[in-house]
Design a protein around this ligand. Structure first.
Ligand code: HEC
Length: 179
């Protein structure tokens, strides 16, 4: 009887198996480059300065957070986030930005005043239930200064989510929209 799979073919099958196995085993080495490890990206929130200001906080020298987060904190919400604040739950597409800026001393007629100066950073939350299902439906990110490239990695993102989890009943959001 003729063998259905001659020995030559067996060789090829074996070689192919070794080849495929080695490709699969080196794939994780490239995972970082491909962004696989990094999870879904949060895009820079272009134009957020035109959104609604929902809250302002000044973190002054007496605050324990002053050395790391001192400055004027401005909170912005896009239309979908405003909807979310009203409903108590945020729809996909909702975006909230917490911006920190240094106070800038005024002069001339503005002597004795402080305005919003250099941008220190923005913390961003973007709602997309499917994309960010591992972190409560929210994508977290930070951008430093005027940089539009993320300043944090996956492990810091995990810390954002971990702390915001205390507000799970409020859709992971600490802030309330001032009426
Ligand atoms: C240790 C706790 C903690 C960690 C870690 C944390 N946050 Fe927050 N976050 C808060 C608190 C508290 C507020 C409310 C701040 C206020 O009222 O001034 C807040 C507010 C926010 C807001 C405004 C919307 C909201 O949920 O109230 C955004 C956006 C935000 N954080 C993003 C981030 C990002 C991005 C990270 C990680 C880089 C992060 N947070 C890490 C505690 C935390």
């Amino acid at each position: 009887m003729k063998c259905a799979l001659p020995i030559g073919n067996l060789h090829r099958v074996a070689l192919l198996t070794i080849f495929l196995t080695s490709i699969v085993s080196i794939l994780p080495l490239f995972a970082d480059d491909l962004g696989v490890e990094d999870g879904p990206v949060v895009p820079y929130p272009e134009g957020y300065r035109a959104w609604r200001v929902i809250k302002v906080r000044i973190v002054g020298p007496e605050s324990s957070q002053f050395s790391t987060r001192g400055g004027i904190h401005l909170f912005f919400a896009n239309d979908k986030a405003v909807e979310g604040f009203r409903a108590g739950r945020f729809p996909d597409g909702a975006k909230i930005v917490e911006e920190i800026v240094r106070p800038k001393e005024g002069d001339g007629p503005f002597k004795g005043t402080q305005a919003d100066g250099a941008r220190v950073s923005i913390d961003v939350k973007v709602k997309n239930e499917a994309l960010f299902n591992r972190t409560g439906g929210w994508g977290f990110d930070t951008f430093k200064g005027d940089d539009k490239v993320s300043a944090i990695n996956e492990s810091i993102r995990g810390r954002c989510y971990a702390c915001h989890t205390s507000q799970k009943d409020r859709d992971f959001t600490f802030t309330e929209m001032r009426q």
